[in-house]
Design a binder for this molecule. Structure first.
Ligand SMILES: Nc1ncnc2c1ncn2[C@@H]1O[C@H](COP(=O)(O)OP(=O)(O)OP(=O)(O)O)[C@@H](O)[C@H]1O
Length: 249
């Protein structure tokens, strides 16, 4: 079996009387896309927040690359290579796409002072940053300020930044949201390849994308995972059909 990169064990999160995460265990293995689906309010975002560190679980453990990260903050988790993308905050809107990725390359290299070379001419930053933009299909837009990029392009940029930070796993929270059919198709193709760079935990309402991409799917209902399986297993599961899929099955 492929190596487990991320392992969540018996996670619990209460909001007052509401148990939004109710004993969730799941894992993410090298090379896979593991989709997390469930009806509105099932607790998907609450779970993602606990994995990336913006919410503290009441019980349970999270292990990443063999290390217990339950007590670590967001920045420490990111430094270990847990990449949450599609957070607008990781993009500086006034900077070009290239400059945004260069900042990530620079952060990773840990070099913030360069006395002799103006930053935009520093090839040790521009070359790897440009290579990342090429990998996500954004090279032609390198000089455009991030604020002027389309919705889909900003998501590509987020991934280029996450790649530059050498993410060892991606947490993607509804990447297809707000995309037109063309954009969704392009992003689906891109994510299909991205799993080979680092495994992806994908929260997504777009079932066409989920069925096209997922190696495994976990179904969350009222804070509990009711089942985990392949696309075929999930499509056939009567409990999933009645709880969630309906017409999509
Ligand atoms: N900060 C909070 N305080 C109180 N209740 C919260 C908080 N965040 C989420 N909840 C509640 O926890 C439950 C799970 O919400 P969550 O946003 O995680 O669901 P979701 O599956 O991501 O939903 P959606 O698909 O609509 O994004 C919901 O009942 C929600 O109202």
């Amino acid at each position: 079996m492929a190596e487990t990169v991320l392992e969540i064990e018996n996670l619990v999160k209460n909001f007052g009387a509401l148990r939004a995460t109710d004993g969730v265990s799941l894992d993410l293995r090298q090379g896979e896309i593991h989709a997390l689906i469930g009806p509105n309010g099932a607790g998907k975002s609450t779970l993602i927040h606990q994995i990336c560190g913006t919410l503290k679980p009441d019980q349970g453990n999270i292990r990443f690359s063999g290390q217990d990260i339950t007590a670590l903050g967001v920045a420490e988790r990111a430094r270990l290579g847990l990449g949450r993308t599609f957070q607008v905050s990781s993009i500086a809107p006034e900077f070009s796409a290239l400059r945004n990725v260069m900042l990530a390359v620079q952060a990773k290299q840990g070099t913030s002072f360069r006395f002799f070379t103006p930053v935009m001419r520093d090839r040790s930053l521009t070359e790897p940053a440009m290579a990342m933009l090429e990998r996500v299909g954004l090279a032609a837009r390198a000089d455009i300020p991030a604020a002027e990029l389309s919705h889909g392009e900003r998501r590509q940029l987020e991934i280029a930044i996450a790649l530059a930070l050498e993410s060892r796993a991606f947490l993607l929270d509804e990447p297809m949201a707000g995309m037109g059919p063309e954009g969704s198709k392009a992003l689906t193709g891109f994510l299909d390849g991205l799993r080979h760079e680092a495994p992806i935990l994908l929260v997504e309402h777009d079932m066409d994308a989920v069925f096209a991409l997922a190696d495994r799917i976990s179904v969350l209902v009222y804070g509990k995972i009711i089942t985990t399986g392949t696309v075929d297993e999930i499509r056939r599961d009567p409990a999933v059909r009645s709880a969630y899929l309906g017409d999509h099955a």
